[in-house]
Design a binder for this molecule. Structure first.
Ligand code: 8X3
Length: 271
């Protein structure tokens, strides 16, 4: 358990956002998991969505000490029937006012000249199509609430391309584009649309998934970087963005570790 998530006996002061409710995706690990817990700490009711049901069970158990609640919904958001089940769970819970799209990821770091179709297709499915499908499904509920929020976690990879980033860049640029259009379209429905764009975040799985379980290659991503961002750092920012008064729309929040002044400038010591 980290300093951000230290368990306390819930009290009214711990629950300033009791009554708020969110669907959080990517909740089995990393930023999604940390965000679900962070919101539950301040009293939110969270529907935590991920493919791995066993991970969701442990997340629910961890939330037992917190002011809010976490209920797991096992779903693969690339599948329409699973998306419909998430919507049904949100309806059964009495509706949600916020959707936090965290699910996503990278596969491979090949140059475009050697790109593998299956990597690119996977990245478009998990970063773009999943975000589209769930957001589209929940928008009527978010509009009906009157003060809805959609948060989309994209990446600095959606702003600046880098060598070997082609497929991930293309998917995150697409997610960034979707987010901009959505903000313009939903303003008249009083649904705010927030984009959070992190740079280097050290999580248990991001680099491992990218490099197909190759631990040595994954470790090189962070080699010599004193303090990459953590999942809890990003979760705190996401929570802030959805907890500020609803008329405040933080359009785009770019966050990086100090050591990553730009995509191409990373301070590595002793590496
Ligand atoms: C992750 C940021 O720099 O690995 O979304 O592309 S980066």
């Amino acid at each position: 358990m980290t300093e951000h998530l230290a368990a306390t006996v819930p009290s009214a002061a711990d629950a300033p956002h009791a009554g708020r409710s969110a669907v959080v995706t990517g909740a089995s690990s990393g930023i999604g998991r940390a965000t679900a817990l962070r919101l539950a700490r301040t009293g939110w009711s969270v529907l935590a969505v991920a493919r791995r049901a066993d991970r969701l069970a442990s997340l629910e158990a961890e939330a037992a000490e917190l002011a809010g609640t976490i209920t797991g919904v096992a779903a693969d958001l690339t599948r329409d029937d699973d998306v419909a089940r998430v919507l049904a769970a949100a309806q059964a819970a009495g509706g949600v006012d916020t959707l936090v799209n965290i699910a996503g990821g990278a596969h491979g770091a090949d140059p475009v000249a050697e790109a593998r179709d299956e990597d690119w297709e996977w990245m478009f499915q998990v970063n773009v199509m999943s975000t589209l499908k769930l957001t589209r499904a929940l928008l009527p509920m978010l509009r009906a609430h009157g003060e809805g929020t959609v948060l989309i976690l994209s990446s600095t990879a959606g702003l600046v391309s880098y060598e070997g980033g082609g497929g991930y860049n293309a998917a995150k640029f697409a997610e960034h584009g979707l987010t901009g259009a959505l903000r313009l379209e939903e303003a008249e429905h009083n649904v705010r649309v927030v984009e959070v764009l992190p740079g280097m975040v050290r999580t248990d799985e991001f680099a491992l998934v990218r490099f197909d379980g190759d631990e040595a290659t994954a470790a090189k991503v962070y080699a010599g970087v004193e303090k990459p961002l953590t999942a809890d750092d990003v979760a705190d920012v996401c929570a802030y963005a959805v907890e500020v008064p609803h008329h405040v729309n933080l359009d785009q929040i770019v966050l990086r570790p100090v050591a990553q002044a730009a995509q191409h400038k990373v301070i590595r010591r002793g590496a």
